[in-house]
Design a protein around this ligand. Structure first.
Ligand SMILES: Cc1cc2nc3c(=O)[nH]c(=O)nc-3n(C[C@H](O)[C@H](O)[C@H](O)COP(=O)(O)O)c2cc1C
Ligand code: SF4
Ligand code: SF4
Length: 259
C-alpha cells in the first residue's frame, strides 16, 4: 500500500494528492488532522508521500507538529510535493531535516506552483488561474512518472542560499507569523453573514464557533485560509486585503468538510 499524508486549505494540495492516487494503484490519502489524538504515529508504506502547501516559505505549523509525532518511518520510497504561489524558500530542505530526525529521508521532492490562496500574496500573482493550473497539470504528468518508478531527484529548491534567506527573513510582519492561532486575528465577519455555519463545518481545526449567534474565531488557527475562501457570502474579510475567493475548481466543497 502507498500512503500519502496531506494537508490542504483550499484544495490545491488535495487535488495534487488525488492525481497521484488516481495514477498509482493502492494509494491511500490520509489527512494530516491536527485534531486527532496526539499519539505517536508509525508510518509504513511502499511509497510514502507528504503533500501540503508552503506557508511563509516554511512548513505549515500543523505539518511541523505532525512531523514531531512521527515515531518511525518504514518506506521503500519517500517523496513530497509542496504547493505554493511560487515562493518556496528552502521548505523541502526543512522537511527533509525533519524526516532525517525520524530516520527517514526524501528520495524525491517537488515544488508545484498553484494559484495562491493568501489574500495578500495573491495580489502579486499576475498569471490567470487557468494558466497556472494548466502548467501544474503538465508538471504533474512528469512527477507521477517519477513517483511511479520510484526515481530519486535532486531536491528542487531555490538556490540554497537565497532559499534559506527567504525562509529566514522574508516574512516578519505580525500577520505573517506562522504560529497556530495568529492568523485568525486578522479575520473579521461583515453583515453579509447569514450564519449558515459552512465555515464552522469546514474549518479543519474546529476553530470557528457560532455558539453566540455570530461567527467567532477561537485562536487555534492553522492559517489555511479555507474559511475566508469558502464562505458563500464572501462575508469573511482578511484585514483590508481582499482577493476573489478561490477554491481549487476541481475539488468539491464536500471534500473539504471535516465535521
Ligand atoms: C498563510 C499562508 C501563507 C502562504 N505563504 C506562501 C509562501 O510563503 N509562498 C508561496 O509560494 N505561497 C504561499 N501561500 C500560498 C499557498 O501555499 C498556495 O496557494 C497553496 O497551493 C495552497 O494550497 P491548498 O489549496 O492545498 O491549501 C500561502 C498561503 C497561506 C494561506
Ligand atoms: S460561511 Fe460565511 S455566511 Fe456562513 S456562517 Fe460562516 S461567515 Fe457566515
Ligand atoms: S479558522 Fe479559517 S484559516 Fe483558521 S484553520 Fe479554520 S478554516 Fe483555516
Amino acid at each position: 500500500m502507498n500512503r500519502i499524508y496531506y494537508f490542504t486549505g483550499t484544495g490545491n494540495s488535495l487535488y495534487i494528492a488525488k492525481i497521484i492516487q488516481q495514477s498509482i494503484e493502492y494509494t491511500e490519502l490520509i489527512f494530516i488532522d491536527a485534531l486527532s489524538s496526539k499519539d505517536k504515529i508509525e508510518i509504513k508504506g511502499d511509497r510514502v508521500g507528504f503533500i501540503f502547501p508552503v506557508y511563509f516559505a516554511k512548513l505549515p505549523v500543523v505539518v511541523q507538529e505532525f512531523m514531531e509525532r512521527i515515531d518511525s518511518i518504514q518506506a521503500n520510497y519517500t517523496f513530497s510535493i509542496i504547493t505554493g504561489g511560487g515562493l518556496f524558500g528552502s521548505v523541502l530542505k526543512e522537511l527533509n531535516k525533519k524526516l532525517v530526525k525520524k530516520n527517514g529521508e526524501l528520495d524525491a521532492g517537488f515544488l508545484v506552483k498553484m494559484p495562491s490562496n493568501h489574500p495578500k500574496i495573491a495580489q502579486l500573482q499576475k498569471q490567470p488561474t487557468n494558466e497556472i493550473l494548466a502548467v501544474a497539470n503538465s508538471q504533474m504528468k512528469k512527477i507521477t512518472i517519477v513517483v511511479e518508478h520510484k526515481e530519486s531527484n535532486k531536491l528542487v529548491t531555490s538556490p540554497i542560499v537565497i532559499g534559506e534567506l527567504i525562509t529566514k527573513f522574508a516574512f516578519k510582519k505580525p500577520y505573517m507569523q506562522s504560529q497556530l492561532g495568529e492568523l485568525d486575528r486578522v479575520f473579521s465577519v461583515d453583515k453579509a453573514c447569514d450564519t449558515c455555519g459552512i465555515c464552522v463545518m469546514c474549518c479543519p481545526m474546529n476553530n470557528i464557533s457560532l455558539d453566540k449567534g455570530y461567527v467567532e474565531w477561537l485562536h487555534h488557527c492553522a492559517n489555511c485560509a479555507r474559511c475566508y475562501h469558502i464562505c458563500p457570502q464572501s462575508a469573511i474579510q482578511f484585514g483590508s486585503n481582499s482577493m476573489e475567493r478561490y477554491i481549487n475548481p476541481l475539488i468539491k466543497i464536500e471534500e473539504l468538510t471535516h465535521h
